[in-house]
Structure formats: C-alpha cells, structure tokens
Design a protein around this ligand. Structure first.
Ligand code: HXC
Length: 254
C-alpha cells in the first residue's frame, strides 16, 4: 500500500508511503491519491484532509526515475502531471503536514494544500534546475504568488533548499512546530476546521484562492457573492442563532 488512509471523526489523514524512494511521486501514486480523495471530498462528514509523509520525507519530488526516460512526445501525449491539478481542485480544506524533504513536486503538492504546517526539521525547495528542467506542477506559479518574485526566483534559479524557519519567514508555511508535535498540531488544526460548517469552509478557501488569480475588485465581488450565498445555508442560521443564545453552534453542513 503506497497510501495509508485513516478517518478520525471528520478528519481524513492520508499518509504517502513509498519509503524506499522518500515518497517520490509517480503517476500511479498521484492517481491513487486523487481516486481515494475524490469520494471523500463530496462527503459532508469529511471536514478536513491532512496529507502527510514520513519523518524523513513528505515527498522528495516527482519520480525522477519514472520521468527520466520519457520523450517530449510522451510528456505531451500523456499530459504528464495534468492529473495532479485534480488534487488542487478538491474543495475540502487540505492541510499538508510536512516533515523532512518537500522538494520539487513534493513542495508543489504541499502548496496545492490550503495550509502547510511544517516540522522544525522540514526542508523545502524547487531543485528541478539541477535536473535540467523547471518546476512542472505549478511551482513557478504558486510559489511566486505565495512568496513573491524575489524569493521564488532565488529558490527556482539556484535550486537551494531552505529550512522550515525560512519557509515560514517568507510566507510559504503557515506554522512551524516541533517535529514530535507535527501530527498532533496538524490534527488539532484539521479538527478545528472540520468542526465548522463545511460549506463555509469550502467557500472561505475558494475565495482566498481566488485572491491569487484575480484583481481586487473582481475578487471582492466574488467574495461578496459567496458571502451572500452562505445565507441560504442552515449553518449560517445555526451559527448566528448559537451566538445569540450564547451556546456552541452545531453545524450540519447544510
Ligand atoms: C525518484 C528518488 C527521488 C525522486 C529520492 N529518491 N528522491 N527517486 N525520484 N525524486 C530515491 C533515491 O534514488 C534513493 O533510492 C532513495 O530515494 C533515497 O535517496 P538518497 O538520495 O539515497 O537519500 P539522501 O542521500 O538522504 O538524499 C535525500 C535527497 C535526495 C536530498 C532528498 O534523494 C535528492 O536530492 N532527491 C531528489 C530531489 C529532487 O531533485 N526533487 C525534484 C524532482 S523533479 P536508490 O534506490 O537510488 O538508493 C520534480 C518536478 C519535476 O519533482 C517537474 C518538471 C519536469
């Protein structure tokens, strides 16, 4: 089994498990990941997904051995990596819990998540330049939007690796925690998110993502439409009623 999936209450925890290659991501593993998560994405009882790897590696990149023999024609015909966007397109909030290496496609997979929580031992980088290529799974685009041109150029052109502290400082990572607390902290954040109404959480992440794609006026209009639409949900009624009644809201995802 190259994926270990556990469901704890409303949180789904997915562990990448190809220890012999530091969780290198080949096409089959990404297909498995997307196929496993697609039905959970639409399950109202799944409120948050945590993607993690091992202590040594979240993922050391796309599988270089799988890629190395391919021709440009193969790459184009297969539209290699296209399937990975299906992971980014999942609407349930996703947290990457990163320990060890998150390099190349591993860093790109983490950036497809809504938050990255990193162990203080984590290492990030886009070292594709050392292989004669460039990031191919959104790295030049997502990293630049997340950390700005200066840092993205530095990482992508030099291929240098950065530690968790620098990753947090430049805005790649949401939180850095002691390595032995990573699983617990990521789970606690996931439980907190999963405890809210799923429709609101999905709308929130969608609107934040939209900010990376659009101008301010369009983004604000998009946000307002999403905000208005949430008033059609029972969760909005329940959330505001609970506030007025000074009690904890019980959200149902409706
Ligand atoms: C395939 C990989 C791999 C990868 C590691 N392995 N990374 N196999 N694809 N991305 C394999 C190694 O070949 C080795 O297996 C085993 O995992 C352990 O790795 P070692 O190198 O022996 O470990 P270590 O010395 O600790 O070094 C760790 C490392 C190094 C610094 C992470 O493995 C490394 O540099 N890996 C490649 C990182 C990288 O360039 N990633 C970007 C890939 S390109 P064997 O059987 O050989 O001993 C990408 C996007 C491409 O992600 C998009 C554009 C086309």
């Amino acid at each position: 089994m190259r994926l270990k999936i556990e469901r704890i209450g409303r949180v789904v925890r997915v562990r990448l498990h190809r220890p012999e290659v530091l969780n290198a991501l080949d096409a089959a593993l990404m297909t498995e990941l997307v196929d496993a998560l697609a039905p959970l994405d639409t399950d109202p009882d799944v409120g948050c997904i945590v993607v993690t790897g091992s202590e040594r590696a979240f993922a050391a990149g796309a599988d270089i051995k799988e890629m190395s023999g391919k021709s440009a024609a193969d790459m184009i015909a297969e539209d290699y990596f296209a399937g990975w966007e299906a992971f980014a397109a999942l609407r349930t909030p996703k947290i990457a819990a990163v320990s060890g290496y998150a390099l190349g496609g591993g860093c790109e997979l983490a950036m497809m998540c809504d938050m990255i929580i990193a162990a203080d031992t984590a290492t990030f980088g886009q070292p594709e330049i050392t292989l004669g290529v460039i990031p191919g799974i959104g790295g030049t685009q997502r990293l630049t939007r997340l950390v700005g041109k200066a840092k993205a150029m530095d990482l992508i052109l030099t291929g240098r690796l950065i530690d968790a502290e620098e990753a947090e400082r430049i805005g790649l990572v949401s939180r850095v925690v002691p390595a032995d607390r990573l699983a617990a902290e990521a789970h606690a954040a996931a439980e907190q998110i999963a405890g809210y109404g799923k429709l609101a959480a999905m709308a929130a992440r969608d609107c934040v993502d939209r900010a990376l794609e659009t101008g301010l006026a369009d983004g604000i209009r998009y946000e307002r439409r999403a905000f208005h639409a949430l008033f059609a949900t029972e969760d909005q009624k329940e959330g505001m009623r609970a506030f007025r009644e000074k009690r904890q809201a019980v959200f149902t995802g409706k």
